[in-house]
Every structure is written in structure tokens, then in C-alpha cells.
Design a binder for this molecule. Structure first.
Ligand SMILES: [Zn+2]
Ligand SMILES: [Zn+2]
Length: 341
């Protein structure tokens, strides 16, 4: 089978390796669709584990199961979470699933023709796809689950004014989800095409992030934002987040600058204005279930975010598109198809 090994964003190598055979409690799945996530191109985050088979937004078909696997059978359509919590430790008990470190194993990446699914992922990480969720749509389950969780942590509710800084895939999903909650949505980005997308996906107003975002926001919205979602990694974006939050508001750090960046937080100002800063990293099983429900019931559409479908041998181009960020929103790799469209 073909597997792609990621060394860095400019060096991805396709290799032929033997197709694995599942052990008694494992299963083999054929990857039909796997999305490139914005986090896949973050080198400071991924390089320590390179060379790496990336790809964690996986829609796949079960092709073989071990003798002791009885929950799934060949032909089943599945989504598999890239990391699973143990569901037993104190973090899991408190709903901090992403902080669980009991399960060390990770699911092998989806930028490959097949994946051997380890036992713990067969047990805790596999979700059957309902007929109404296509394989391409299933690549949005994980990113939407992260967005579902972040909006819950932020306490997003009806009539909140919400500023989304950075309108890539995550930012756009934030806009779509907040739309269903009756929020007033303001989107900021430095790319014109992303702002056009944001407007089409339900943003009530868009602001070029190269402008003075805080004053444009106040001029158009009448006040600063109740909730700010930071979905861009630039330190300038983070400074905009600080300056755009209203008194009593919440800033969610969905994306952060790299570890080599020093960030100054205006704590004195925030103390008096009672600003909350929250981080949100990854998601947990309840968020995945909710995301599947949202996509399955068509509460939000995701097909309109897909800009590219590429075969595995074009993966380097896919990473180039996502790294460049101007023309693409969602790039999906189809490891078992030959044609790129
Ligand atoms: Zn992701
Ligand atoms: Zn745990």
C-alpha cells in the first residue's frame, strides 16, 4: 500500500509498504477521504515527531477485522478519532478529555491507503457513519467537534456578538456554528478571498485584519465583541484579540503563536474589565457525537467548504495549498482514488 511520510511542509515522500494484517483485536480500514487540517502544517507542533504519517480527519471503510472484533464488520463506514481518552482518569472524569495522557497510542495517519486500527481505537475511537454523512463530510467531524467544544467553553449564546479572527477552515466552522445560535458575527482576516467566504458562510460583517480592527468593530457593531475566537497564529492577531474584547467578555485561544513567540497579556486592564481568556485544544467524545449530529442533520453545511480533492500522490501540492492559505479552504486527500478534481 502507499503511505505518505511528512518530513516538513516542503518534503513529503510517498512510499510503498506492506499492507498490514489485523491482529485478533484490530481492524484494517481503507481510507476514502482524509482532510488536511490547519494544524498539519504547523511545523513547530509536528516536526518533533517527523517523519510522520499525518492525517487525522478520516472517513474510511472497514475492510478486515480480527477474530475478536465484533462491533464492526467489513463494509462498515466509519470515522475514527485520532486520539482517545481513557474515560477513567480524573481528567476524563472532569471532561478534560484532551488532557488525558493514559492512552499513549495514536491512530496511524490517514494520508495512506490503509490504516491498521489499534485495539483501543476499535474500542473507544470508532464511530459508525450514518448513511446521510458522506465520506467527504466525515472529514469535518473532528474539526467541527473542536469548534463545538470551544463554543461551549466560551458560553456562546443567542445575541452575543462574536468576533472570529482568522477565516480558514476553523474560523469558518465557528461562523457557521454560531449562526445556528443566533449570534451577531464579525469576521476578520488578511485575505480577501477568506473574507468573501466568511460573508457567504454567515458573517454579518467582515473586516480586513490589516485595518484597525478594534475601531472598525466599534464603528460597525456599536461595541466590542462579547466573545473573540482567535483562529490565526500571528502575534498581531493575538494583539487584535486583546483589543477587540468587550468588558466581561471571553477570548478563546483556538490557535496560538509558536512557542518561540513572547506574548504580552494586558492583565491589569483585563482584571478591571473582567475579561476571561480560555484556551481550547482538541475535543472529546461528547463533542464528536454532537458534531456528527450537526452534520448528519444538516444543521450546518460543510460541502461548501471543500475547495480541493486530491489523490495521495498530489499530497505535497495539497500541503502547499494549505500553507499558502489564499486559494483553499478544505483540501481533501482521496488515497484510494487516482483522479484529482
Ligand atoms: Zn485537526
Ligand atoms: Zn483519561
Amino acid at each position: 500500500m502507499k503511505v505518505s511520510y511528512w518530513y516538513n511542509n516542503r518534503d513529503i515522500r510517498i512510499q510503498e509498504v506492506p499492507t498490514p494484517v489485523p491482529g485478533p483485536k484490530e481492524m484494517l480500514i481503507r481510507v476514502i477521504s482524509c482532510g488536511i487540517c490547519g494544524s498539519d502544517i504547523v511545523e513547530w507542533y509536528r516536526l518533533p515527531r517527523a517523519p510522520l504519517v499525518q492525517g487525522h480527519e478520516i472517513g474510511a471503510e472497514v475492510v478486515a477485522v480480527g477474530n475478536f472484533v465484533n462491533k464492526y464488520s467489513p463494509g462498515d463506514r466509519v470515522f475514527i478519532a485520532p486520539k482517545v481518552p481513557c474515560m477513567k482518569c480524573s481528567y476524563c472524569a472532569n471532561g478534560h478529555y484532551p488532557q488525558c495522557t493514559e492512552v499513549k497510542e495514536r491512530l496511524p495517519g490517514g494520508f495512506a491507503e490503509y490504516i491498521l486500527v489499534p485495539e483501543i481505537f476499535v474500542e473507544n475511537g470508532t464511530y459508525l457513519l450514518p448513511e446521510k454523512i458522506s465520506y467527504d463530510q466525515s472529514t469535518f467531524i473532528e474539526p467541527l467537534a473542536c469548534v463545538v467544544r470551544a463554543e461551549r467553553l466560551a458560553g456562546v449564546k443567542k445575541d452575543h456578538s462574536l468576533l472570529v479572527i482568522g477565516c480558514g477552515m476553523s474560523g469558518l466552522l465557528h461562523i457557521k456554528l454560531a449562526r445556528t445560535k443566533g449570534c451577531k458575527i464579525i469576521a476578520a482576516d488578511i485575505h480577501k478571498t477568506k473574507l468573501e467566504f466568511a460573508a457567504r458562510m454567515g458573517a454579518d460583517m467582515v473586516i480586513n485584519a490589516k485595518d484597525d480592527v478594534a475601531s472598525r468593530l466599534v464603528a460597525q457593531n456599536g461595541k466590542k465583541a462579547d466573545v473573540v475566537f482567535l483562529c490565526a497564529a500571528a502575534t498581531s492577531a493575538m494583539e487584535q484579540a486583546w483589543s477587540c474584547v468587550d468588558k466581561g467578555g471571553v477570548i478563546i485561544l483556538f490557535t496560538v503563536p509558536g512557542p518561540d513567540q513572547n506574548v504580552v497579556v494586558p492583565v491589569n486592564d483585563f482584571w478591571m474589565k473582567e475579561i476571561t481568556i480560555r484556551t481550547s485544544y482538541y475535543c472529546g467524545p461528547p463533542d464528536i457525537i454532537e458534531a456528527m449530529k450537526i452534520i448528519g442533520e444538516g444543521l450546518i453545511t460543510v460541502d461548501d467548504l471543500i475547495t480541493h480533492r486530491l489523490c495521495l500522490t498530489d499530497i505535497a501540492y495539497g500541503f502547499q495549498l494549505v500553507t499558502d492559505g489564499r486559494e483553499s479552504i478544505k483540501v481533501i486527500i482521496k488515497p484510494n482514488e487516482n483522479v484529482s478534481a
